[in-house]
Design a protein around this ligand. Sequence first.
Ligand code: IMP
Length: 432
Amino acid sequence: MPLNIIIGTQWGDEGKGRITDLLAEQVNVVARYSGGDNAGHTLTIQGEIFKLHLIPSGIIHPGVLCLIGTGVVINPKVLLHEMEGLRQRGIDVSPARLKICANAHLITPAHIALDKANELGRGREAIGTTLRGIGPAYTDKANRSGLRAGLLAEPEALAEAIYAHIEEKNRLLERIYEQPGLDAAAAAAEYAAYAQQLAPYLTNGPILLDEALQQGQTILAEGAQGTLLDINHGTYPFVTSSSPTSSGALVGLGVGPRVVGQVLGVAKAFTSRVGSGPFPSELEGDEAVRLRGTGSNPWDEYGTTTGRPRRVGWLDLVILNHAQRINGLTELALTKLDILSGLEQIPVCVGYELDGESIHYFPTDLQQLARCRPIYQILPGWSEDVTHARTLDDLPENAQQYINFISTQTGLPIRLVSVGPNRSQVINFSEP
Ligand code: IMP
């Protein structure tokens, strides 16, 4: 089928960017469909590290067209900075390679100020957002007062709209949040300058994708965040403000369900989470440091966007099965298997104990979720370094057993397993 979707099955940071990068080799278009620069995708290619926040990970492959889709919220300053960084490394980011859907929404400095003010106002109840203005931008979108990227083609109209928008948000910032207002004229001038640079990139996303499909091209929809951060199906209110699920991909790109082929769920071999909210299999102390790393490697568990240490815990199959149900996953990619090497035993969460009963579904009620205690099945670990494994047979028996256990418990075939940060450090089961 021509449109395959990549989904994060946990709380984001599963390694979707590097899986997208691997699969992008075989496709014509890679399209982002949700979120904004709250996402952070780290790719390691021939020892070089690329950190992408907004531009689809397919950009590293010459010949692949990258689309920032309708469902994305765009901070033009961040986008231009990211484009410049890629350009300096010799990567073509011309309008021939990168397109921005005119229906995507813009993030403004007022959205960022409101995100910060909102979090501050919540005090101990703060969500722990990335402070990138994501929530306020989607709030304006839902309120039908947002600024669409299409305005970038009209610098003067955009400057006027930005001016009015900042003035309006200033009333909120100053009167409700007791925060300083922003300079509306400066913001208007700044956005007019962005518009001149970004206007050539604008496109009609649904038409571009429809034409690509009619020509028999293949599209990869690149997910950001993860299923548990979905505004409908995640751990609300500790979620992002969009739908990083497979149905979100359809809405966020403007395509129908009939074009969908594979829905590949990406799962880390353990679990991580940034921000607040319940996390049943969370670890503390030395065990957590063991999985998180110390931050000395770029692939340690520290946020790509915020630099915050991630909360970490054992793999939770209740979560994976929730993701399977919500997204209609057809297969799984397992990342960071190498991090588990050297553990004598590996607990895997297979259910929860809730108020004295064992359950196997993911409660949507946060109070219930907070009372869930993980039920673990203990699998034997392995001591061998697996970073050189390129086939299943290269893996120690217990590592194979770990993979097979996940496949059996989720009912999903495992398509890819990553065993190190480099592009080549992967076991690809779909290759003969
Ligand atoms: P926001 O998307 O910045 O509003 O943040 C809302 C929640 O989603 C916070 O808990 C963030 O830490 C989390 N979040 C947003 N984007 C990502 C991501 O790419 N990876 C992991 N967590 C994220």
